[in-house]
Design a protein around this ligand. Structure first.
Ligand SMILES: *Cc1c(COP(=O)(O)O)cnc(C)c1O
Length: 360
C-alpha cells in the first residue's frame, strides 16, 4: 500500500524522547523553550509559542488578538474545520468568502466586499502548503485596520515573495503526524508582537503570570517536553522534507495526464503538504476507488466545506452559497506526496492515474 502519509521518525527523535524521560522534566520545560527558539528562527519571527495542537494554537491566537463576542473574522470555508471553529471558540463569527479556483486559497479580491463595521480580522489559510496572496491581504488589512491571523497549519517553511508564512501576522501551525513536521500532537504560534506573545503565554497557562495568581480565564494548552523533543529533531529536517515533497510534486506536474495539477502563482514557494489535483468529468470518486484497488491511498480534502457542515447550518445559521468552494469539494483529490514515498511509488501513482484517465 502506498499511504497518504507516514511520519518520518528516526533515531534522532527516539533518542531525544528518551533523554527527556531520563531528565526528570517531562511536561513543558527546557526542550519546549529550545523548540520555540528553533521554530521562531525557521519562521523568521521574534517569538514562537508552543501549544498542545494546531487547534489550540488557533484558539489562543484568536484570544490573544482579542477576538470576542460580535467580532467578524473573514476567512475561507475550504479547509479543515479547526480554522473556522477557532473563531467560534473565541465568541466571534467566521465570515466566509469564496476561494480562487486556481489556488484553492481565499480569493483576496472578494475580501473587501465582505468587510462590515464588525470585521476585526482576516484569517488566511495557506491550504495544502501554498501561501495565500499576502500582498493583497496585507494591503486590505492595513487600509481597513484589520488584524491578520494566518492558519499556516499546512505550510511550514513556505514563502510568499521570499517571506515565510506565519511572519505576516500572527501565525499558527500544527504539528500533527501528517503535517510537514510533527511533534506527535502539537502546535506553534508565531509573532513579532511582544504584547501578543505575552498574551499567548498567559492564556496557554491558565491566565497565570505569578504562580497560582490568575489574572484572567486561561487554559492548559501547553506542549510537553517529550513532544518538543520530537519537534526539535524534526525541525532540523524540515528543509529536506519539503525538498522531497517538492521533488515528488515536480514529478507529478510533469507526468500526470488528464487531471488538473496544482497551480503555483509567481513568487510563491509551495511546500506540498498535499498534492491536490482536480479530476474533471465527475470521475473523482471512481478514480479514488481505482487507486484503492491498486493499493494506492488518496484522500478528499475536503469533501464538505465548512458552511455546509450540518452544525454550521443548524447551530450557526449559515445558509450561503460559495460556488467555487463547493465545486472544488466535488472535484479535488489528494495523492501521496510525503517524503517517505520512493521514486517507484510515485511512478506507480502517476501511471495508475494516467491509465484510469485515458480510459475516458
Ligand atoms: C491540521 C490543521 C489544523 C488543526 O491542527 P491540529 O494540530 O490537528 O489541531 C488547523 N487548520 C488546518 C488548515 C489544518 O490542516
Amino acid at each position: 500500500m502506498i499511504n497518504m502519509a507516514r511520519p518520518q521518525i528516526g533515531d534522532d527523535e527516539k533518542k531525544a524522547v528518551l533523554e527527556v524521560m531520563d531528565s526528570g522534566i517531562i511536561a513543558q520545560g527546557p526542550r519546549t523553550k529550545a523548540f520555540e527558539e528553533a521554530f521562531a528562527s525557521m519562521c523568521t519571527t521574534k517569538h514562537a509559542i508552543a501549544t498542545s495542537s494546531g487547534t489550540t494554537a488557533l484558539h489562543i491566537a484568536m484570544l490573544a488578538n482579542k477576538i470576542g463576542a460580535g467580532d467578524e473574522v473573514i476567512t475561507s470555508a475550504f479547509t479543515f474545520i479547526a480554522s473556522a471553529n477557532s473563531v467560534i471558540y473565541a465568541g466571534g463569527r467566521p465570515v466566509f468568502v469564496d476561494i480562487d479556483p486556481k489556488t484553492f486559497n481565499i480569493d483576496a479580491d472578494l475580501i473587501e466586499a465582505a468587510i462590515t463595521p464588525k470585521t476585526k480580522a482576516i484569517l488566511p489559510i495557506h491550504l495544502f502548503g501554498l501561501p495565500c496572496d499576502m500582498e493583497k491581504i496585507m494591503a486590505i488589512a492595513k487600509k481597513h485596520n484589520l488584524l491578520v491571523i494566518e492558519d499556516a497549519c499546512q505550510s511550514h517553511g513556505a514563502t510568499f515573495k521570499g517571506k515565510k508564512v506565519g511572519s505576516f501576522g500572527t501565525g499558527t501551525f500544527s504539528l500533527y503526524p501528517t503535517k510537514n513536521i510533527t511533534s506527535g500532537e502539537g502546535g506553534m504560534i508565531t509573532t513579532n508582537d511582544d504584547a501578543v506573545e505575552e498574551a499567548c503565554r498567559v492564556i496557554r497557562n491558565h491566565g497565570m503570570r505569578k504562580r497560582y495568581y490568575h489574572d484572567e480565564i486561561g487554559y492548559n494548552f501547553r506542549m510537553t517536553d517529550m513532544h518538543a523533543a520530537i519537534g526539535l529533531a524534526q525541525i532540523a529536517k524540515l528543509e529536506m522534507f519539503n525538498q522531497k515533497r517538492q521533488e515528488n510534486a515536480a514529478f507529478y506536474d510533469k507526468n500526470l495526464k488528464g487531471v488538473v495539477t496544482p497551480f503555483v502563482p509567481e513568487g510563491c514557494q509551495h511546500v506540498y503538504h498535499q498534492y491536490t489535483v482536480r479530476v474533471p468529468g465527475g470521475k473523482r470518486d471512481a478514480l479514488r476507488a481505482y487507486l484503492a484497488e491498486h493499493e494506492i491511498g488518496s484522500e478528499v480534502y475536503y469533501p464538505v466545506p465548512i458552511h455546509k457542515q450540518g452544525f454550521y447550518q443548524t447551530d450557526y445559521g449559515y445558509h450561503i452559497s460559495l460556488p467555487e468552494t463547493e465545486k472544488a469539494a466535488s472535484e479535488v483529490l489528494s495523492i501521496p506526496v510525503h517524503p517517505g514515498i520512493s521514486a517507484a511509488d510515485r511512478e506507480k501513482v502517476a501511471a495508475t492515474i494516467n491509465e484510469f484517465m485515458a480510459k475516458g
